[in-house]
Ligand binder design. Structure first.
Ligand SMILES: [Zn+2]
Length: 477
């Protein structure tokens, strides 16, 4: 099969990707890209492969997006599940999702739980590829080595911030994080850290203090309840964990900061740390579209759909996040799709103080990122770096995924960069709990997914809003 497009983000090893008209040939048996023809005209494709070619027109063909941070919550809860998560991902141009240990019960902190996740994934239809992160908690450090030996576990997630008891997951101490880094480093797998540092008592009293004198709907109270210094303190701990093990100096652990919000305070710490690293890849930084698209000036009191930890901060900080992406201090963007049952969001009572946190919106990440990226002069090549190339590197699959090149999986996202309008005008919402995302009816969002392929199989047709074939697999590393 040959796909021709006016603008293909061709990947090139060692030098930057380029945007060019041309075509790619896909072996549909193996799902691999077997030839790239940058510069080729559609008329030449028609001559070369008249019976099995498709003209995608004046649009963009990019590598499929890889979302390294999703909560699939398939076990023990009814918050999302593999089928709805992967359908939403496919409709959003995402071809691989990485599932976090939270909020499944049990979460993937033991080999037994990994088996249960595998079983569950096997029972449901997967429309895109899925990989699993394990988790480190205080009581599994002794079993961490064997957990990391599982070919299904790409790395582990750690929390420095305590979670509410209902989450069913425990934070580690800074010392435990360092111990985990010593175990992970030699195995070549990264640790992903929720980087806010405080105790449960501190976080509880900060909420009470911040909301004193404010309505329960107050966004500024929520923002004040999660001070930026907590992020900075945690980032310092993560930076410390990148240092080599004194007993084994050749080994470092790759550390990944998830969902950075406080760019203003944290980026100088990150820059200083990276200077001392032999490889910049030992400290990896992710942010999310909601921090890039929104700041506190746009958030209405009581809009609990945007409550998250760390919180969405002010306009100036948002500018620092974009600068961090531009200069390469922030490597990638991920959704942190955090589904839960609609009732838990307290949307009717508009109770910011007590609503469950985390944004839902896996399906709309392309638009949520591209809208502001376009305004700021970024290109689809930048989108590819943030959403495909660097995420592929993090999960250790950069020789197979994340680029359009010979030998790579034909994981593809076909999209219209010019379309402006609410996504619910052209596609249904595929998340399990609908109506809780800020994106679906936003009229100013830019970009529209027209088609998604996973290893050469057309999994979603965005021109008709139809899912075609559940061709996703559970990935091994
Ligand atoms: Zn998360």
């Amino acid at each position: 099969m040959t796909l021709w497009c006016q603008n293909i983000v061709f990947g090139k090893s060692h030098v930057q990707s380029q945007l060019q008209q041309g075509s790619i040939d896909i072996d549909t048996t193996t799902g691999i890209i077997v030839n790239c023809h940058p510069g080729e005209l559609w008329s030449e494709v028609q001559y070369r492969n008249p019976n099995d070619s498709m003209n995608l027109g004046d649009t963009i063909l990019s590598p499929g997006m890889i979302d390294v941070h999703t909560h699939i919550s398939a076990l023990g809860r009814t918050w999302e599940g593999y089928e709805t998560a992967t359908k939403a991902a496919a409709a959003g141009g995402i071809t691989t999702i990485m599932g976090m240990p939270l909020n499944s019960i049990p979460s993937t902190t033991t080999l037994e739980a990994v088996e249960l996740e595998k079983e569950q994934a096997g029972k449901e239809s997967l429309y895109v590829d899925v990989g699993l992160w394990g988790g480190v908690v205080p009581n599994n450090l002794s079993g961490l080595h064997s957990l990391l030996q599982s070919p299904y576990i790409f790395g582990i997630k750690a929390f420095l911030a305590p979670l509410p008891p209902a989450a069913g997951y425990e934070a580690v101490t800074p010392e435990q994080l360092l111990m985990a880094a010593r175990i992970c480093g030699p195995m070549g797998k990264p640790i992903l850290v929720h980087s806010e540092l405080m105790t449960l008592e501190e976080s509880t009293s900060a909420v009470e203090n911040a909301f004193a004198g404010h309505e329960d709907s107050s966004y500024v109270a929520h923002l004040n309840s999660r001070p930026a210094v907590w992020e900075q303190d945690a980032v310092r701990i993560v930076c410390k964990a990148t240092r080599p093990d004194p007993t084994n100096p050749s080994v470092r652990c790759r550390m990944h900061i998830v969902h950075l919000s406080d760019a203003k305070g944290c980026l100088p710490i990150i820059q200083e740390c990276r200077k001392g690293l032999s490889s910049p890849d030992d400290l990896i930084v992710e942010t999310c579209p909601h921090y890039l698209l929104l700041d506190d000036s746009q958030i209405e009191d009581g809009d609990t759909r945007v409550k998250c930890f760390p919180p969405i901060r002010d306009f100036e900080n948002r500018e620092f996040l974009w600068r961090g992406l531009d200069e390469g201090w922030i490597d990638m963007v991920a959704s942190d799709h955090s589904p839960c049952e609609t009732d838990m969001r307290l949307m009717e009572s508009r109770n910011m103080k007590n609503a469950w946190g985390g944004l839902s919106g896996l399906q709309y990440q392309l638009q949520a990122t591209w809208t502001d990226a376009y305004e700021r002069g970024f290109s689809p090549i930048d989108m590819t770096r943030w959403w495909s190339e660097n995420p592929a590197k993090l999960i250790g699959l950069s020789s197979k995924k994340g680029r359009i090149g010979v030998g790579f999986h034909a994981d593809l996202c076909w999209w219209d960069p010019k379309h402006i309008g609410p996504p619910n005008e052209y596609s249904k919402e595929y998340h399990r709990w609908k109506g809780t995302t800020i994106y679906a009816d936003n009229p100013s969002l830019r970009g529209r997914v027209l088609g998604t392929w996973v290893k050469g199989t057309h999994v979603y047709d965005g021109t008709t809003d139809v899912h075609i074939e559940p061709a996703g697999r559970l990935l091994t590393c």
